[in-house]
Design a protein around this ligand. Sequence first.
Ligand code: NAI
Length: 337
Amino acid sequence: MKDFKGKILFVTGGASGAGLGQAKVFGREGMKVCIADVRQDALDNAVNELIAFGIKKEDILAIKVDLTNREEYKAAADKVEETFGGPPHLLIQTAGVNSFGPIEASTFDDFDWVMGVCLNHVVNGLLIFVPRMIKAYAHKTEFWVATTSSMGAFMAGSGTGPYSAAKAAVNNLMYSYAEALRPYGAGATVLCPGNINSNIGNAEKYRPANLKNTGYHVSEGTMAHLRSVHATGIDPVELAEILKEGIENGRIIVLPDHTPENRAAQLRGLNATIEDYTLTAAERDAKNAERMAAMRKMMEEAAKKGENPPMMWKVPEGAEEFGHARHDLDWIDQARK
Ligand code: NAI
């Protein structure tokens, strides 16, 4: 999809972080911008930011919606059509939350919240919007679906289970949609960032009341730690520009690097960790040790040059390690609490 001017964008999680960056970048291309988010205060701020960014007030529609709720999502889709005269030409599903801790400590609430937002809302949007988009635009006008997934889609971690599983599923879905939409003259793209300078470190603060029973140790201190990690991430506007280039050129996976060589190298590195699952335990341990040594060397060299390499952040005073289990769970290894 190359021509955005005058067309309609629907971006989920558009009130903050990566989604707001996408609303700005595609809005600057002349799109009518609909941002959908669960937080009204964040939506109000986002509208002001979009206007300050140069997007006309009449081209912005902000909708408060819990996208995991299908009826609410359908009502939001109807509202876009009523306001802008049709379904979106570009659907970007970016809303997401994270919550980290040992997978063996996870509760149903942990899975339902994280997978509900990171995976189920994506399914909801695809099932609600794609038929409307095909009916309105197939073979007439360019249209596209995109999702913000994560590099976590290519990895697994004993402390990121529900999140990584959701993102892996989202990637797989988008490969299917990319193929399915081609005959209609459309396509799909999945953006897989590593770290974004966003507000996701605060997600636990607005976790729904009915899904509060977590098996992870969550506190102001763990959130402060997460925020310090994300503060070193890529700027959302820069990330959205990379996504735009990917959509314009029909890329299915978009990794947050500008050069094709680096993107290919990143993916080879990520795939190598999956290949390692076929090795024996001893072979895997040796490979891991090799990788850790290479990573330490890279970080030391970058630090010597005064650079700020990925995964080097300053932990704020009073912060606590995130990714541990709730202290009262008696089946969890002491080291994981
Ligand atoms: P963010 O917290 O700044 O933005 C996410 C938005 O999603 C928030 O405004 C939040 O209110 C909204 N949201 C959450 N649940 C919702 C629901 N049920 N209905 C409607 N809206 C809801 O976070 P960020 O980082 O910009 O996240 C965007 C996407 O990027 C997510 O899918 C995340 O998983 C992904 N990602 C983030 C990374 C990071 O380092 N921050 C790295 C890789 C991927």
